[in-house]
Design a protein around this ligand. Sequence first.
Ligand code: FE2
Length: 735
Amino acid sequence: METPVAEATTPTPAHFPKSVLTVSRQEFDQLVLTVKKGDSDEEVPLESGLHGYVFMVGPAGSVDSPVVDAAKKIIQPTQDGFTPLYNGDGLLQRIGFGQGQARLTTRIARTPSCIADEISYEKYPPLKFNNLGITRASTLGVTTQLSVTLTPLRFAETDPYRLLISVDMGRPYEINPETLTLVQPIGYLEGAKAPETFIWKGINPLISRLMKVPFGLTMGTAHPSFDFNTGELFTTNLGRSLSSFTPWLRRLAARFPGAATGLSQTAHPERRGFFPWLLRLVLELIEWIAGWLLGFGDRVELLRWRGTDHFDHWQVVLSDGQPLKIQQTLHQLWATRNHIVLIDTAFKISADQLFPFEQSAMVEDVEKLLRHLTDEPQLADTLIYVIRRDQLEGTTTHPKRPPTVTAQSITVPRETAHYIVDYDDSAGIILHTVHSCATDASEIIRKFDDTAYQADSQKDAINDRMRSLSGMLTDGTDIDWIGSYVIDPAQNTVKTCLIQQDFCWGDPVYAYRNMTLKQPDHLDDIYWIFFGAWQELLTEHVTELYAKYPYRQIQIKGPGQTVMGITQEGRATTLCRVHIERHLSESQGLELQLTTPDAYAFPPGHFANSPQFIPRQGGDGSATDGYLICVVLFQLPGDASQDCSEFWIFDAANLQAGPKYRLCSDQIKMGFTIHTTWLPEVTPSAPSSYAIQADFEPAVTAMIGKYQRSRSPEKQQLARDIRALFDTVYARFGQ
Ligand SMILES: [Fe+2]
C-alpha cells in the first residue's frame, strides 16, 4: 500500500550504543539541565510553550550492581552477561519546566522489598538478594521493581492528580508526585490482616503454599487503565499454572488429562490380572496428579478501584464458561466507554528467563542447552478479549468468590506488544498498534550467544561487540506493520488497515496528546519510536527461534532482500507520526486510513526511547500542537568509552526538522528508560491509611517462627535478623 512519508535521512551503518547498559543511581533534587539549541552547543532558554512536568521511569540496577563510576554512582547492572536490563529497581525521573529552564528530580522507587534488598546487602548477608534472570530473589522472596509505567488518576475533576507506578510482576503503588516517594501499594498481600480491601493472590497457589515468604510473587497488568469519565481504575490479578511457564511442560500437561489413554495403558497392554491392574491404577493416579499440578492455577481477575477501601473484582471467563488463560502476559489493559479490552501481549515469561547463573563455562553450557530445550517463540497472533462493561454493574463482589464476567475472544494475525484504543466505541472498538513481527522483547543477549553472522569473515568482531551488549534486547527478525482495527464484538467482525515503512523495525513505543490522561474519544495522531535494526543485536538463537514465523515477509537469509542484509546495513532508530483518517458511511460503516506524514531518523549510533507528548501552553489543543520529548543514548564521536544520555525535544508538528532543544548535564546518566507521563502540575499526596505491618507482618511472623523453632543457632540468628530487618523496612518505607 502506497503511503506518503517524510524523507528520513539514510543512516550509515553504526554500532549500537553501549550507553544503554549504564545508568546512574544518583538521586537529584531540582538539578538544572543545560538547554542546547537543536543539534548545536549553543545554550538558550526554553520557549514558554513548554510547561508542566514530564515523568519517566526505567530500571536502574540494584544495590550490588557493578560500579563503573563511583563518583557519579554509575553502574552496569548487566555486566555479568546474564542479567537482562529490565532487572533493576525503578528509577523515577521528573523534569519540571518553567522560566525557560528544565529541572530534573530523580528517586529510586523504594518498595519494601527494595528497602530489604539494601538493608540485607549492608547488614545481613544470609538474607541478601541476587539476580535470577528477570527477577531478583532471596530467602525473603522476590523484589517488586517498579520500573515500567506511570498512570495518573483522580476520582473527581476538582481533585489533584495522583500517580501510580506499575509493573507486570507485582502490585501497583501510588507515588507522591511532588517528592517522588512511595505512598502506598494498591491492595494488600495474601495473608494480610486487612479483610476489607483487595488481597492480591500469588502467581500460583501451589507456589504460594510451598513458599510462604513476605515478598511473594504476584502478577498483574503493567499498564492499568484509568477512566477519567467514570473515575474507575481497572487492572488485573493473574494466576499462572506451572505449565504455562514452560512450553515443554505445557505439552506434557496436555498429555495428562487423558490419563487412561496415556502411559498407563501403553506400558504393558498385553498384561491382564491384579498386578497389571494395580500398576495401571498407580500410573493413572500419578498422571492425574501431575496433570493437576501442572495445569492448576490459570486465572484472570479483573479489578476495579474507585478510590475507597473497597475494590470490585471479577473472574474472567470465556463464552464457554471456562476461565480465561493468559499464555504470555497481560502487559496492557484498556477501558473504552463500553468495553474493557485485554490482550495476551507479546511478552512471554518463561522458565528459561528465571534460570540461575554462575560464572562457569559448564553452567553456561547447561543454560544454553536448557534455553534450547525450553524456549519457544511468542504467539504469532494477537488474542484479544473484550468484556462488556455493563456486566460489571449490579454485581456484588465477594473477597474469596468473585462473580464471573464473560470475555469474547477475537484473534487477529500478527503479534502485539503495545496498543491504544479510542475511548469512543460507538462505531466499533478502534484499536491502534504496531505489530512487532517476529520481534521478541523477552529475548535478551547473553554472554554465551553467537551472532547470526556465523559465515561472516568479521564473525569474531561481531560476536565481541554483541556479547559486550549482554542484557540488551535482541533485534527483530522481520519488518513490523503499523495497524488499526475496527472491531465489532456483536458481529464478531474485524476491519483491518495496515501500512509499512522501511524504518518499521524493532519494538516500538508510542506517545500521543493526552496519553495516560483523559483518553481521547478519537485518536488522530500517534507517535511511535522504532528501535531500528542493529547488526550487533541479531543473535543466532533468535533467528533460529523465528525461522518458521508464519507471517514472514522478509526471509532471514538467502537471495534478495533479507533480514540479515537489512540488519547488517542498519536501520536508524526513528521517531514517526502516524495519522489516522476516519471515513464513516451508512453502507460501509467506519473505515480507517493510515499515513506517516512526518518522521525523524536519529543520527547513526543514537538510540532513543520513552517518547512523551507535552501540550503547548496557550496552544490550540490539536493533536500535534505541542512537543515530543524522549531519552537519547549514544557514545561520544571518536570516544566509544564515553556513555552519553540526553533528553531531546521536538516540535510535535515537525519531527523531520530534528530536535528543537537538547537537555544535557554531565552529572546525569540515563540507561534504558521505559514509559512516561505528563502532568500540568504536581501536588503532594494526601496522607495514607496504609498499614505496612498489617500487610507484611503475618508472613514475617510466620517465617520468623519457623526459624525460631529450629535447634540450629544459625537459623535462630536468622530469625533475629529478619525481625531487625523488617523493623527497619517498616520505619524507612515512604521516606
Ligand atoms: Fe509497556
